[in-house]
Design a binder for this molecule. Structure first.
Ligand SMILES: O=C(O)c1ccccc1NCC(=O)[C@H](O)[C@H](O)COP(=O)(O)O
Length: 210
């Protein structure tokens, strides 16, 4: 299933992700997030992920020391950089850790689109997400959509995922309107901030599969 379920914090929700045959599972390392996991918890969860499900570590403007600490303990397959990391920093992280890097880019209007081309030159994947509101506590995971027509029919040099305010109810339309072949969700499969709902995970993956 071309789906990333982001912000998994418990074994129960991880089981739902596995059962729904998602392709990616995301662990959030950002203390302000209701989905934050500490390294020990992430390690325990990641060790129980079956082969074939890509384990993504999501960080925000992380230093080398912070990334070193995560990667020393948690078996991670991909890094998601969700802060203000520059293209140079993306390239540096890729070279230092030898892992695929997905760069999240926030979109609110057409002025945000050129950044996607710049990051496509250095990242392995793009996450095309809604731009957070000004003064938001979180740079992602806000349950907000952007105007999908802004990226309708657009393509980049690397694979990309659509994110931002997706739900089991709107994901099929979002994929149809944008041409996205991969999608990412967090709030849209929760019953409360940080609390994943297994039934919504199942419904989301089924709706994304078409
Ligand atoms: O999810 C978080 O709490 C989070 C915190 C800090 C940076 C990024 C975060 N989430 C990034 C994601 O990949 C989300 O899945 C993506 O922004 C979509 O979120 P949502 O609109 O809630 O589905």
């Amino acid at each position: 299933m071309p789906v990333k379920i982001c912000g998994i914090t418990t074994q129960g929700s991880l089981e739902a992700v596995v059962a729904a045959k998602a392709a990616y599972v995301g662990f959030v390392f950002f203390p302000k997030s209701p989905r934050n996991v500490d390294i020990a918890t992430a390690r325990e969860l990641a060790l129980s992920v079956p082969d074939g499900l890509c384990k993504v570590a999501l960080t925000v403007n992380a230093s080398d020391a912070e990334l070193d600490a995560i990667l020393a303990e948690v078996p991670i397959d991909m890094l998601q950089l969700h802060g203000k990391e520059t293209p140079e920093r993306v390239a540096e992280v890729k070279a230092r850790y030898g892992l695929p890097v997905m760069k999240a880019v926030g979109v609110a209007d057409a002025e945000d689109l050129p950044a996607l081309n710049a990051y496509a030159r250095v990242a392995d994947q793009l996450l095309v997400d809604a731009k957070p509101p000004k003064n938001a506590d979180l740079p992602g995971g806000n349950g907000l959509s952007f105007d999908w027509s802004l990226i309708a029919g657009r393509r980049w040099a690397v694979p990309w995922m659509l994110a931002g305010g997706l739900t089991p109810e709107n994901v099929a339309l979002a994929m149809q309107m944008t041409g996205a072949r991969q999608v990412d969700v967090s709030s849209g499969v929760e019953s409360a901030p940080g609390v994943k709902d297994p039934a919504k995970i199942t419904a989301f993956c089924a709706a994304a599969a078409g």
